[in-house]
Design a protein around this ligand. Structure first.
Ligand code: HEM
Length: 340
């Protein structure tokens, strides 16, 4: 009897996983909003012209949304008196930016096709466009996600990794989302574009692992540069480039890691802290095409993470629809994102 129950549970789990996978489709809006992908791409391109870093900032949103209860735009909800949202979570406060770019895309989509395109899908399209417009690979995205009805600051605090994280921790974290070591290293290659704050590296410069010394895995000339940018007790909000070509999506990030010029501890550890990740870093530093292919695979897997919770298509990405609009609720049960 108990064997039968185990089998039944297993069959139901597989069913749920398949239901989720079939929910996301290529060309999902081809009938209901054929101009959706072009609208998003134009907004990302326009903002990138205005402020080049916005491409990196927008792309990062996919990671911070999808790791916390699936890709459901929970990240975009503002706090309410009853709900502490994710924007003020430890990894996001004073750090995530360019939310207004997503708002701009949503406003244009609401004019063209009201209540059709979810904010969760906008994040996925925007990340893809940001990479391509920065010189990286292009790929087709599956769409059809719903927006969450709530958000969880607590879950974000619990899940999102710190810049102090080491390779072993990151491997285990990604594994819990069914993401491989290759996915981890390739997705970290997103740090090929963008910047980070001194706040994220001062421990590394002056007191790595409580030693009172800098991280030994750092090129001395590069360390001098970082010491100058981020003096002890300086302004933690000053920013530095994550690699030597921060506006171009390329494999320079991996070349920098091999040369001990990684900005974040969580980056350098991939080369210096683990043989398996180190080998992949070396490979991607030599072969940009291999990096691009693995990166696309990782982004698609990241975009497939689902919460299993009911959802809707929000009219404004910052707030859930009012009850009067709840006719637009579409409630599905999707599989748990951490499929074992
Ligand atoms: C592997 C674990 C990861 C860790 C520990 C990590 C950590 C960080 C940190 C600490 C920053 C700088 C924050 C600041 O100083 O304000 C940052 C920036 C960034 N991260 Fe990650 N990250 C990781 C993975 C990812 C992934 C998977 C993506 C995207 C798919 C991503 C995309 C970005 C981008 C594009 C930036 C620059 C954003 C900007 O310039 O505004 N990161 N990350």
């Amino acid at each position: 009897m108990s064997q039968f129950l185990v089998l039944l549970v297993a069959v139901l789990a597989v069913d749920a996983a398949m239901a989720s996978a079939s929910r996301l489709q290529y060309g999902y809006y081809s009938q209901t909003c054929p101009q959706a992908e072009k609208i998003v791409r134009d907004v990302i391109g326009r903002n990138r012209m205005r402020e080049p870093r916005s491409a990196a900032s927008v792309m990062r949103l996919q990671f911070h949304d999808c790791f916390v209860n699936g890709c459901d735009a929970s990240l975009l909800l503002d706090d309410t008196p009853n709900m502490l949202g994710e924007k003020l979570a430890l990894s996001n406060i004073n750090s995530l930016r360019s939310y207004q770019v997503i708002d701009e895309a949503k406003e244009e989509l609401e004019l063209a096709c009201p209540s059709v395109v979810s904010c969760a899908d906008i994040l996925i399209m925007a990340a893809r466009d940001a990479v391509e417009l920065s010189g990286g690979p292009c790929w087709e995205v599956k769409l059809g996600r719903l927006d969450s009805l709530t958000a969880s600051q607590e879950d974000s605090n619990r899940i999102m990794p710190s810049p102090r994280a080491n390779a072993t921790y990151l491997i285990d974290l990604f594994k819990s989302f069914n993401l491989s070591i290759t996915d981890l290293v390739a997705l970290s290659g997103s740090h090929s574009i963008g910047q980070a704050r001194c706040f994220s590296i001062v421990f590394r410069l002056y007191n790595q692992s409580g030693t009172g010394r800098p991280d030994p895995n750092m090129d001395p000339t590069y360390r001098k540069k970082l010491d100058h940018l981020c003096p002890l007790s300086g302004d933690g909000n000053v920013t530095g480039d994550l690699d030597a070509t921060p506006r171009v999506f390329d494999n320079q990030y991996f070349k920098d890691l091999v040369n001990l010029r990684g900005f974040l501890n969580s980056d350098q550890t991939l080369f210096s802290g683990n043989a398996l990740t180190g080998e992949l870093v070396r490979r991607f530093s030599r072969d940009q095409q291999a990096f691009f292919s693995a990166f696309v695979e990782g982004m698609v897997k990241l975009g497939d993470l689902q919460s299993g919770q009911p959802g809707e298509v929000r009219k404004n990405c910052r707030v859930v629809n009012k009850p009067a609009e709840s006719g637009s609720y579409q409630v599905w049960v999707l599989n748990d994102k951490r499929m074992k």
